[in-house]
Ligand binder design. Structure first.
Ligand code: FMN
Length: 415
């Protein structure tokens, strides 16, 4: 049997596969992007470009890693600005890329600081031959009024700037939105009113990873000062996935979605698709592992689709959306408890501690044989014991539905 088909149609543009570089230092020049294409990426969003008169100087250093215990680069903090390369070089690179890689998708990311600048950038990018525009309404550390995430937050600007780009060019346009907002659907609807063809989400989460305890400066330390700035990487995936799901649930929006945030593996890619994304984009995963991560992603997706008997990506996109409900739609008549395979227990006692201090106090601890004993009648089924149990493959503690069991309310004990 032939392999599943990984190609997608996104806003009328054919992609050989749905995985792109997102706009950032990983897509900063034609030479870099060429190597990413060779590695297997289906498309790229080029590093955000401003007009020639706004060429940026990046703070130094511009990034700092967030390592959490043994996990390196759980997150990444950056204060990078728009492309610091000359405007004409970037335009020449975009033109070169389309000429030499006609089968790959090249998207120009633009950010203007005025209406005229948005128009100029849209026109110049289309003239360079790119397939599509991404309108950057989302960097969290721009300081020019009405730019970056401030545009996403001031909804009227999203509509105005989208409309300018829409009227200027014929190629499809995509609005890239910030997660730093109460309801991402608000700017999304304004972008739709302005004529966007798609939404990409998210840009970085406004954050602060680290403050040194001796010099009191947040990282990255730019010669004695830090900033509340862009946080990315696996740590933001739950927030970004939530944003994509909310956009997909909005039937009035009904636009193609490109998912971004914390993607490192094929599992991440499939999860974004299940929540409604047709394409996905990656930065921090590439900063961590290089362009070669695409090989594992495409191979993993292929095996997954074969295993699940899926022939095309559109059989995945949005499949989880009907299962994402408000909590008042849960079936509370069904309840369960934890069950233990004590044959494999190593007697560490972590389940007992967590059940005592944060759960239903349904475990007792047998000091002689160093084993937990569960009281099925009082187990809350909260499963936190399984979160701390070191035996996970297969798990020693599993969830079991029990019939005719009312929800357990922990007893009150007062003398
Ligand atoms: C150093 C750095 C620079 C970035 N520059 C841009 C940019 O110029 N334009 C843009 O739209 N997003 C920019 N981003 C955001 C990424 O494109 C992406 O939306 C974000 O990092 C979340 O994805 P990730 O978790 O895969 O990194 C940048 C991110 C980083 C880490």
């Amino acid at each position: 049997m032939s392999h599943p088909n990984l190609s997608v149609d996104f806003c009328g543009i054919p992609f050989e596969n749905p995985v792109m570089l997102s706009s950032s230092p990983v897509s900063n020049s034609a030479e870099m992007v060429g190597r990413a294409f060779e590695a297997g990426f289906g498309g790229i969003v080029y590093k955000s470009i401003g007009v020639a008169s706004n060429e940026s100087i990046h703070p130094s250093p511009r990034m700092a890693p967030y390592h959490y215990q043994s996990q390196r680069l759980l997150g990444l903090q950056n204060v990078e600005q728009l492309s610091d390369r000359p405007f004409k070089d970037n335009m020449a690179d975009l033109r070169y890329l389309k000429k030499h890689w006609p089968g790959k998708v090249v998207i120009s990311s633009i950010m203007g600081f005025s209406r005229d600048e948005w128009r100029e950038l849209a026109l110049a990018s289309e003239d360079a031959g790119v397939d599509m525009l991404e309108l950057n309404f989302s960097c969290p550390h721009m300081t020019v009024e009405g730019s970056g995430m401030a545009a996403s937050q001031a909804h009227a600007l999203v509509e105005q700037f989208t409309e300018i780009a829409r009227k200027a060019v014929k190629i499809p346009i995509m609005a890239k939105l910030t997660p730093n907002i109460t309801d991402i659907n608000e700017p999304a609807m304004f972008a739709k009113r302005g004529g966007t063809d798609a939404i990409s989400a998210v840009n970085t989460v406004a954050g602060m990873i680290d403050i040194d305890l001796t010099d009191f400066v947040p990282r990255p330390n730019v010669f004695g000062k830090g900033a509340i700035a862009g946080y990315s990487g696996p740590a933001i995936k739950p927030i970004a996935l939530r944003c994509i799901a909310q956009l997909a649930q909005n039937s009035e929006l009904n636009l193609p979605l490109s998912g971004i945030g914390g993607i490192e593996t094929w599992v991440d890619v499939v999860q974004y698709m299940l929540c409604g994304a047709t394409t996905v984009q990656i930065t921090t995963g590439v900063i961590h592992y290089g362009y070669r991560i695409i090989e594992d992603i495409l191979e993993g997706m292929t095996y997954y689709m074969e295993d699940q008997n899926l022939r095309s990506i559109d059989q995945i996109v949005g499949r989880a959306v009907p299962n994402i409900v408000p909590t008042d739609r849960f079936d509370l008549s069904r309840q369960g408890i934890a069950q233990y395979d004590l044959e494999r227990c190593i007697g560490c006692g972590q389940c007992y501690i967590v059940c005592q201090d944060a759960g239903g106090q349904c475990l007792s601890w047998d000091r002689a044989d160093r084993r937990p004993h569960i009281d099925d009648r009082t187990c809350l089924g909260c499963m936190i014991c399984s979160f701390v149990c070191p035996i996970s493959n297969p798990p020693l503690i599993t969830y079991k539905e029990v019939s005719n069991r009312p929800p357990i309310i922990p007893p009150v004990s007062r003398d």
